[in-house]
Write a protein that binds this ligand. Structure first.
Ligand code: GTP
Ligand code: ZN
Length: 358
C-alpha cells in the first residue's frame, strides 16, 4: 500500500473546508473539529452547538482580534467564545470586516483566550484554502466517521513541502508580442495543488547572472487591465526588458492578492473603498500585510539551473527572501511605472508602509 502523503491530506482538507464541510485536526493526543467561518450555515452552527464534547469557539488571527479591539495582546491567534454561545451574526462580524461594516451586533460578554497549536493550524488551513482566516472549532471533539482527518504538523509544513516537491510538468514555445523567442514552463507540486509558471525569454546562460522578475498573479491587473495597481505594466514591461537585453525569466507565481487569493483581494478593495489603505485592509481581514512565501520561486529557479540573478523589483522583501533561500541577488533593478489617479495612493502606501524602493 502506498504511504499516505501529508501533502495530499492537506489538499483534501482544503477542498472539504472550501465546500463548507467540517475537518478534524489532530495533534499529539489532542483533536479539534473545525468549520471555516465564512462557510458556516445556521444548521451547522446548531449541530456544532449541540456537540457533546465541548463548547464551540471562534478562532481568529491576533491581527483581526487587535483591529476589533477585543484582544490587546500580541497573540498570533485568539480564541473567542461567549458564555451563552456565539450567534451567527456575531461570528460573521468577528470573522468578516465587511459584515461588521453593515451589522453591529453586541460584542459584550465575549471571552478571549489563548489558542493552542491545533487552533493555530486551523487558521493556517483557512489561509491555505484562500478563505477568511477564521474558524469555528470544538476542542476535544472526536471526528465523526465521515470527517476528514489531517495532522496539525502536516498543515504547518504544507507550504514548504509543496514548494520542495515542485516538478516541471510541461513546457512549450509561446511567441509573445514583445518577446518572440519565449517559452512557458509549468511546475506542479506533488499533490496536484496550485501550479506556478516560468516565462523564459531568450536563451539562458546559467554562468551569468540572469535577469529575473517574480510576478505575483493579479487577475485584475494582468488580465483585464485594472488601474487599481501597476501589475499589468510590470508584467508586460518585464518581458519587454528581458527581450531587449536578450534573455530573462519571469516567474508567474500563483500568489494572487499578495497571497490572500482573488476573493479576499476583492474584499480588501471594498475595504479600501471604505477608507482603509492596502496594508490596513489586509489587517482588517485578519491577514498579514503580505502573506507571500518565495520558496516556490527559489525552487523553480534552481530547477531551471539558475542561482545568480539580477532582480527586477522595488520590494526589498523579495530580495531578502530569495537570499534566505540560497538565490544570490547580485543586483536589484528598479521596476517602476507612472502612477494613475486610481493607483497613486496604493503605490504611495507601498513606499511609506511596506518599504518599497523606487
Ligand atoms: N491584498 C492585496 N493585494 C493586492 C492589492 N493590490 C495588488 N495586489 C496584489 O499584489 C501583488 C502584486 O505584487 P507585486 O507585483 O509582486 O508587487 P510588489 O510586492 O509591490 O513588488 P514589486 O512589484 O516587485 O516591486 C499581486 O498578487 C496583486 O494581486 C491590494 O490592494 N491588496
Ligand atoms: Zn495588480
Amino acid at each position: 500500500m502506498a504511504i499516505p502523503d501529508p501533502l495530499v491530506h492537506v489538499d483534501r482538507a482544503i477542498s472539504e473546508l472550501r465546500r463548507g464541510a467540517a475537518v478534524s485536526v489532530i495533534g499529539e493526543k489532542k483533536h479539534l473539529l473545525m468549520v471555516a467561518a465564512e462557510a458556516l450555515t445556521p444548521e451547522q452552527l446548531e449541530m456544532l452547538g449541540n456537540y457533546q464534547a465541548g463548547e464551540a469557539a471562534l478562532v481568529i488571527t491576533g491581527t483581526r482580534a487587535n483591529v476589533l479591539g477585543i484582544d490587546k495582546t500580541d497573540r498570533a491567534v485568539s480564541m473567542v467564545s461567549h458564555p451563552q454561545g456565539l450567534t451567527l451574526d456575531v461570528i460573521e462580524c468577528l470573522a468578516n470586516p465587511l459584515a461588521a461594516l453593515m451589522n453591529h451586533p453586541s460584542l459584550d460578554g465575549l471571552v478571549v483566550s489563548d489558542a493552542g497549536d491545533l487552533a493555530q493550524a486551523a487558521i493556517t488551513l483557512c489561509k491555505l484554502s484562500r478563505l477568511l482566516p477564521a474558524a469555528l472549532i470544538i476542542e476535544g471533539a472526536q471526528a465523526a466517521p465521515d470527517t476528514l482527518v489531517v495532522e496539525a504538523s502536516e498543515i504547518q509544513s504544507y507550504i514548504s513541502n509543496a514548494a520542495e516537491s515542485l516538478m516541471q510538468v510541461s513546457e512549450a514555445q509561446v511567441p509573445l508580442e514583445n518577446a518572440e523567442n519565449a517559452r512557458v514552463v509549468a511546475f506542479r507540486p506533488r499533490d496536484g495543488g496550485i501550479e506556478h509558471l516560468a516565462i523564459v525569454v531568450g536563451d539562458i546562460d546559467p554562468a551569468e547572472p540572469i535577469l529575473v522578475r517574480l510576478h505575483s498573479e493579479c487577475f485584475t491587473g494582468d488580465l483585464v487591465g485594472s488601474l487599481r495597481c501597476d501589475c499589468g505594466n510590470q508584467l508586460r514591461g518585464a518581458i519587454t526588458e528581458m527581450s531587449r537585453v536578450g534573455s530573462g525569466i519571469l516567474l508567474y507565481l500563483a500568489q494572487e492578492g499578495r497571497g490572500i487569493g482573488l476573493v479576499n483581494k476583492l474584499r480588501a478593495y471594498q475595504l479600501q473603498d471604505a477608507g482603509f489603505d492596502t496594508v490596513d485592509a489586509n489587517l482588517q481581514l485578519g491577514f498579514d500585510a503580505d502573506e507571500r512565501n518565495y520558496l516556490p520561486a527559489a525552487q523553480m529557479l534552481r530547477k531551471l539551473g539558475v542561482h545568480r540573478i539580477k532582480l527586477l523589483t522595488n520590494n526589498p522583501l523579495k530580495v531578502a527572501a530569495l537570499a534566505r533561500h540560497d538565490i544570490e541577488v547580485v543586483e536589484r533593478i528598479s521596476h517602476t511605472y507612472p502612477a494613475n489617479k486610481h493607483n497613486e495612493e496604493y503605490l504611495q502606501t507601498k513606499a511609506i508602509k511596506s518599504g518599497h524602493l523606487f
